[in-house]
Design a protein around this ligand. Structure first.
Ligand code: NDP
Ligand code: KPL
Length: 349
């Protein structure tokens, strides 16, 4: 399949390596052009870890160029890049294409659907609760793929295009997708915001001082308790809408192939294998993406549902104070969607 990847970071490169390995024709677009500079001159993309090999994805010079021949389009940038990517792509999307958000946050798919609607077209938009690959970009032409997740949740809008959206995900990435009820369930199934709040808040001075620290080693019993307490709030929101979403322990089992237990027990199992390292700067998407585009919308959903989420609210407040920023105000997707109501959210499922 001809597939365009909008983004050129850890997930874009990991996905590109996996899809090239699966025989797909991949074209990458780096919004600034900087990250793909080496590959554009002919250097191969070297991947190590769970995907190992050297590949030659094509490089697009513009978003329009990336989309021109694509049958599928994967959006793989942090939430703070979604608005730019959506607005760059929307004028060029064709009605025979399928879009995949890897991963989806903050109802970004609704914004894309809205812009396409203004052009009179609708395409399947598959939203993934997390990413197929994990990993880190280690240089401009190298990526380390930590894992390929065994199973992940997907929902497609418009709902009537679900079968086509999931079919394309399976063609690109393999048979590893489980259909969720809808976009609300997917929004409540992305666990990075809560996990990263706990990991970053409890290790913030390590980040600020640029220390090298193992992420799992620092999910101590106290940090794991905090993550599990945050998880109970998230599950209560889902429950208020009658939705069934995975627990953090189930998510950790699927992502890391370890037996179910308490989160701390599971992290201990995971530590038998190396990596990943925690962020080494305050300028980390664990905070700058996950607070505005993960925690803030989740709190809004909780308010609409009438569910109390004191840990989410305190976390967002503390992080905003620590950074001297108003993270809730940094979300540039929600204001374009109008007022979300309980009925609209319930309809999304
Ligand atoms: N890495 C991982 O293991 C995991 C990642 N995820 C999620 O996957 C998504 C992608 O993550 P990852 O690839 O690691 O992130 P990266 O930080 O590596 O992504 C970098 C890419 O995002 C682009 N980008 C950054 N800021 C902007 C912006 N303001 N406007 C437009 N583009 C921008 C960069 O553009 P340019 O090329 O111009 O520099 C680059 O192409 C995130 O939502 C993340 O939370 C989820 C689970 C695991
Ligand atoms: C490292 C990992 C897989 C767990 O926190 C991750 O989710 C991320 O990098 O965003």
């Amino acid at each position: 399949m001809r597939v365009a990847i909008l983004g050129a970071g850890a997930i874009a490169y990991g996905n590109a390596a996996l899809m090239c390995q699966n025989g797909h024709d991949v074209i990458l677009w780096s919004p600034s052009g900087r990250r793909t500079a080496a590959i554009a001159t002919g250097a191969p993309l070297h991947s190590s870890g769970a995907v190992s090999g050297s590949y030659h994805p094509r490089i697009a010079t513009s978003c329009a160029d990336a989309l021109a021949e694509a049958e599928a389009v994967v959006i793989a940038v942090p939430g703070y890049g979604h608005r730019f990517i959506i607005e760059s792509a929307a004028p060029h999307v064709r009605d025979d294409q399928v879009i995949v958000f890897s991963s989806h946050l903050s109802f970004a798919a609704l914004y894309l659907n809205q812009l396409l609607g203004e052009r009179g077209i609708a395409v399947p938009i598959a939203t993934l609760a997390t990413t197929v690959t994990t990993g880190r970009q280690t240089s401009l032409d190298t990526v380390y793929v930590g894992a390929i997740r065994a199973l992940l949740d997907v929902a497609v809008i418009p709902k009537e295009s679900t079968a086509r959206g999931i079919e394309v995900c399976r063609t690109l990435f393999g048979d590893r997708f489980q259909q969720q009820t809808g976009l609300l369930a997917i929004s409540l199934s992305n666990l990075n915001p809560q996990n990263h709040l706990a990991i970053a808040l409890c290790n913030l001075t390590r980040m600020e001082l640029g220390e090298k620290w193992g992420q799992n080693e620092n999910i101590t019993p106290a940090v794991a308790r905090f993550i599990e307490a945050l998880d109970l709030e998230r599950l209560a929101i889902a429950h208020a809408f009658g939705l069934n979403v995975r627990t953090v322990q189930e998510h950790f089992r699927l992502s890391n192939d370890v037996p179910l237990g308490t989160l701390h027990e599971m992290v201990q199992h995971r530590m038998q294998r190396p990596g990943p390292f925690g962020p080494t700067s305050l300028d980390s998407r664990y905070v700058t993406e996950d607070m505005p585009f993960g925690l803030a919308p989740t709190i809004s959903i909780a308010h609409i549902a009438g569910v109390k989420v004191p840990l989410h609210e305190s976390g967002l407040c503390l992080m905003s104070a620590l950074y001297g920023r108003d993270f809730a105000a940094e979300n540039d997707i929600l204001p374009s969607l109008g007022r979300l109501t309980r009925e609209m959210l319930a309809e999304l499922g």
